[in-house]
Design a protein around this ligand. Sequence first.
Ligand SMILES: NC(=O)c1ccc[n+]([C@@H]2O[C@H](COP(=O)([O-])OP(=O)(O)OC[C@H]3O[C@@H](n4cnc5c(N)ncnc54)[C@H](OP(=O)(O)O)[C@@H]3O)[C@@H](O)[C@H]2O)c1
Length: 372
Amino acid sequence: MTAKIVLLGATGYTGARTAEAMTRRGLRPVLAGRDKDRLATLAERFGGLPTATADVSDPASVRALIDTGDVLVSTVGPFAKIGEAAVTAAVDAGAIYFDSTGEPPFIRRVFEHHGPAAARTGAALLTAFGNDYVPGTLAGALALTEAGVATAGVHVGYFVIGGGAGQGFSKGTLNSLVGVLLEPMYRWRDGALHDEPAGARYRTFQVAGRDRPGVSIGATEQFALPRLAATGVAPRLREVDVYLGWFGPISRAVHLGSRAAPLFRRFSPVADVLTAVGRAAVRRAADEPNAATLAGSTSYFVGEAFGASGQRLATVLLTSPDGYAITAELLAWGAGYALEHGLAGSGALDPVSAFGLDTLRAGAAEAGIVAV
Ligand SMILES: NC(=O)c1ccc[n+]([C@@H]2O[C@H](COP(=O)([O-])OP(=O)(O)OC[C@H]3O[C@@H](n4cnc5c(N)ncnc54)[C@H](OP(=O)(O)O)[C@@H]3O)[C@@H](O)[C@H]2O)c1
């Protein structure tokens, strides 16, 4: 049987944009979700695509969507809450899997829990294959490669500039963000991941003519860059950190507040109140981000490589249009490439190990991510 692409979550904001990007590339994904009528309307809009119904609360229905060698793309989130059925189905089927998560605990689970099982069944898993965290992984990998064997550390920063005061995120993204705020994140030091709260570290990066603040988070880079380094590129790598530069002037407060996160987690009434405030904000949010806000924003991704005494060895700066555009384009490019060529290996892959650095750079450029 010929392998196919299945897009689960097609009726959501990111899913519909991904369906559109796939169609533009000449792909014919099976649009999958839980609402038959909305799937039919969407399929019609994209020239009569095939559809299939599945609900993640019935994992067997998700498993029935795919066979060995198929490409399953999931945009069903929050992933920590409802993402498990898709990745489990892909592992069981020996399929190729992409998702749009930006949730660090879910990413860690894919690498540490699902990866070994996928290696046994021949499945290839590519989690967080969108704005979070492909461009930063690429920027970090390019800086690491440029600096070479002298590299002891790599820092990556994510920034969004411009866009005005409109809602810059979909309701789905805000919902996912609220779900992970108090969850433990991680840094990578000397061969291992170490838990730490979100925002535990703070630093500034020089971006678009100014020093801009970022706070630390867990991401894909803490898995991808040590792997790349271990291929002989930078055998003395000891440190990988990722920073989120979305908070602007309140970054310092986010950083200081992060010290209280473990206390909040232990003292559940405070965590409950914070989560309730977050959920109320999600309820008030529009389903889709403001189109003018997205159109007016530019993303920057910085990768910096350091030597053993902290001296800067290489800096790579990439830029792109808004995060939803590149998430849809990256998923469409990645799925199309995987359907045609397969991916390099099985288990939990990362963007560099799955495609190789040159192919990833070319694919990212097609998605709109280019060097400044
Ligand atoms: N990494 C990144 O840079 C990036 C970029 C964009 C989005 N994201 C993430 O991607 C996820 C989706 O975002 P979004 O804006 O597209 O959210 P959304 O519009 O709320 O879409 C969520 C999708 O999940 C589906 N779904 C919910 N429950 C389901 C169930 N029980 N069975 C099957 N499908 C179910 C929804 O189906 P219905 O239509 O039937 O409700 C919808 O298609 C979020 O976690 C977001 O954070 C990340």
